[in-house]
Design a protein around this ligand. Structure first.
Ligand code: DGJ
Length: 731
């Protein structure tokens, strides 16, 4: 803690230096009762008004000093509303008629549902602010937490509620955070929706008085909507300029984010646990902690916001060992074999995969129990005796001899009714007694909220990892919840399942990582159905989508990277999509994330192997830049132009990779130079085609960074699916 210099002698300032020297500060001015949270180029401010309400004051660019800020009486009454009913509170209780979305709704045991939260104290520790709110009459406390990330200015908000009374309190809603932005005429909301094999569709809509609600009611994150949003100004914001406010929830269960305008046109945003079917009984002395809602701001458009998210996820969310480690090139057998897994077949694929430079061989579904189709076996995590009479060891040893790591698919949260596990423990699935148990993909969901189920799943996976030299787990999750009953708990506690399930999932993952630190995990849920900042704390990468059409993937990847970095975005070459798309085009699409190969290698020609080997080698030379560099979407692959251009620039700007992809390019289409960004203007860059081919006429062998950024390279493409990638290396 040090005294502030610029902010006056009365200001208490706590600051923390980030790894790169970036600073985060929490500043409190007791004279104005204003808190200023400054990190990177961003500032987030709140203040205590004369009546003790904590109000949102600012979220955006750093304000410098002096910055006259104070929490006043608000915008006043509007017609029949009393003044308090529209105050831009940081975290309001449902009480005294508060109209915008409150952070918390409770029912006390005497039937009182009026909760009014006011400032009760605060503590600043480094770059963290704890702010205590308390009901005006009853001992119900909410502690708000704010962590400021020095590198990006991202503020991570969460809340803890504590019942200090003598009787139980029922929580009907408990969010992570609510936010307010001042009136501006043209706020625009972006959010992503999807379904199986069609994840990552970007939607943009004006923010009006009719709230837009993104949510999952499915028990897990789901791909119907992803818990990420961005807000910008239609009149000001482009891909590379203008203001963008963005955020993402760190929660892998049912969630909700709502965005709308209040009576005064201010934007109100609220997010956290989904109140749908939510109830939590807080006994005397108990607490409940919300998920974390991470929010940030960029002045550099949607691209700038995406790059901040990439830095934040790579630097602060991913498991520590995974933050800078390059993702391995993997082969996955699913598309080649389906459930038709055999030891000999996997060994043959492994030999072929090794010959093209694959580093990790992953055996997918179909290796265990009676798993010959999706109708049986889930829950029985031992190798099929007929398929692997000597266990997994012969295959794993063979994979190791070929110079690769071995990875394995599991779906540990699920069980088929036709399995030894279900026959032994039919009570372990979520259910309402006497009611049907709905199956989806012929499977039921284990009630992971139960401690015995959690411990069983942990033990089964721990045994698998202890007994076998497995270095990678693809953790799948393939169905939506249906009857979320937990009959062993008291009626008033059963809805805890929504929270306890996810906490136990995180517990298992954390424990497995602790016990087996060399093992990496991929989060998969029928594709990208469980991608969020919660699961990413325990996962090294995610399966983006089962849709691996190389052209459709370009758009999906362009949208995915609005929220999450290329380092976690797994992309495979397969046979999906138009058969006319060449293998090289498929590689160029998949090389823009973490590269995997999913083709049936038994069907490849010698030329296919030569192409693949060259592309895998090329990928290894650029993957550090692709996975951990700065991403510029020069021409987004959204179908509006025949060309799309994606550029990755290494943090030290020594290397850049420009992917130039064309689709259905017509003779009438104009071709112009593509201007790159983010290069070292004074640096001299040598150009090479990623596949080792001759440089086209429009690509100079050597040129300055300034040349590339203001003259740019020209590569005309022809045909349905065409693509090139140019690698620039600073001399
Ligand atoms: C869904 C995944 O998304 C696929 O990649 C594959 O692992 C199948 N499950 C296996 O059942």
């Amino acid at each position: 803690m040090r005294r502030g210099i610029n902010f006056g002698a009365l200001c208490l300032v706590a600051s923390v230096l980030g790894a790169t020297g970036a600073r985060a500060e929490v500043i409190y001015d007791p004279a104005t009762r204003v808190f200023r949270l400054v990190g990177g180029e961003t500032e987030y401010d709140l203040g205590i008004d004369p009546e003790g309400y904590v109000q949102s004051l600012h979220w955006g660019a750093a304000l410098g000093a002096p910055a006259p800020l104070a929490a006043g009486p608000g915008a006043g009454a509007a017609g029949p509303d009393a003044p308090h009913q529209n105050l831009p509170q940081e975290f309001a209780g449902q009480g005294e008629g508060f109209v915008p979305e409150p952070g918390i709704k409770v029912a006390f045991s005497d039937g009182n549902r009026d909760l009014v939260l006011r400032y009760a104290g605060h503590r600043i520790a480094g770059n963290t602010l704890f702010l205590e709110l308390r009901d005006i009459a009853r001992p119900l406390l909410v502690t708000l937490r704010y962590d400021v990330d020095p590198a990006t200015g991202v503020v991570s908000r969460s809340a803890v509620v504590r019942n200090g009374g003598k009787a139980s309190v029922r929580l009907d809603q408990f969010l992570s955070a609510t936010f307010t932005l001042p009136y501006q005429p043209d706020y625009r909301l972006s959010y992503m929706t999807g379904r199986h094999a069609s994840e990552w569709t970007m939607n943009r809509t004006p923010v009006t008085g009719a709230a837009t609600v993104m949510e999952s009611r499915r028990g897990s994150t789901s791909y119907h909507a992803n818990p990420w949003f961005s807000l910008d100004r239609e009149g000001l914001t482009t891909e590379e300029s203008g203001p963008v406010w963005f955020g993402a929830l760190g929660w892998s269960g049912s969630w909700r984010i709502g965005v709308g305008r209040d009576l005064f046109g201010r934007v109100r945003m609220a997010g956290g646990f989904n109140p749908y079917d939510f109830a939590w009984t807080l006994k005397p002395g108990e607490t409940l902690e919300s998920p974390v809602f991470h929010v940030g701001y960029s002045d550099h458009g949607r691209g700038g916001a995406a790059r901040l998210m990439h830095r934040f996820v790579n630097g602060s969310i991913l498991p520590e060992g995974s933050r800078t480690r390059p993702r391995k090139v993997l082969y996955n057998s699913w598309e080649a074999t389906g459930f038709d897994v055999t030891e000999a077949g996997q060994m043959a694929l492994a030999e072929k995969a090794a010959s093209i430079g694959v580093e990790r061989f992953v055996m997918d579904d179909g290796w265990f129990g009676a798993r010959d189709s999706d109708r049986a076996g889930l829950g029985d995590w031992s190798p099929s005796r007929t398929k692997f009479p000597n266990g997994l060891k012969p295959l794993i040893d063979k994979v190791a001899r070929l110079g690769m790591e071995f990875g394995l698919w599991v779906e540990p949260e699920m069980v088929n009714a036709d399995s030894a596990l279900y026959r032994a423990h039919p009570d372990w699935v979520m259910n309402f007694p006497g009611r049907p148990r709905t199956e989806a993909r012929n499977q039921l969901v284990l009630n992971l909220a139960r401690t015995d189920v959690r411990d069983h799943v942990l033990a089964a996976l721990d045994r698998l990892l202890s007994e076998n030299n497995i270095r990678f787990i693809k953790w799948d999750y393939n169905r939506t919840w249906s009857e979320p009953g937990w009959p062993e708990r008291a009626a008033g506690d059963q809805q805890r399942i929504y929270v306890d399930y996810v906490r136990n999932l995180y517990f298992i993952l954390a424990e497995l990582r602790r016990r087996h630190p060399g093992v990496e995990f991929e989060a998969c849920s029928s594709g990208g159905g469980r991608v969020d900042l919660g699961i990413l704390r325990y996962s090294d990468q995610v399966w983006t989508s089962d849709n691996t059409d190389p052209f459709e993937r370009l758009a999906m990847q362009g949208n995915f990277t609005s929220a999450y970095p290329a380092s976690v975005m797994m992309a495979w070459t397969t046979e999906w999509g138009d058969p006319g798309a060449s293998l090289e085009y498929r590689f160029l699409s998949a090389m823009q994330g973490g590269l995997g190969i999913g083709n049936d290698l038994n069907a490849w020609t010698p030329q296919d192997f030569r192409t693949a080997k060259a592309m895998v080698a090329a990928y290894k030379r650029v993957r550090a830049t692709v996975q951990h560099g700065e991403l510029y979407r020069l021409a987004p692959p959204d179908g509006t132009t025949p060309y799309s251009d994606t550029l990755y620039v290494a943090a030290d700007r020594a290397q850049a990779v420009w992917f130039h992809m064309g689709h259905s390019v017509a003779v009438r289409d104009n071709v112009g130079p593509v201007l790159l960004r983010g290069l070292d203007a004074d640096g001299v860059y040598a150009a090479a085609m990623i596949d080792g081919g001759a440089l086209p006429e429009g690509i100079p062998a050597k040129a300055s960074g300034a040349w590339w950024m203001s003259r740019g390279g020209v590569v005309p493409l022809k045909g349905q699916y065409a693509g090139v990638a140019v690698v620039l290396s600073r001399q």
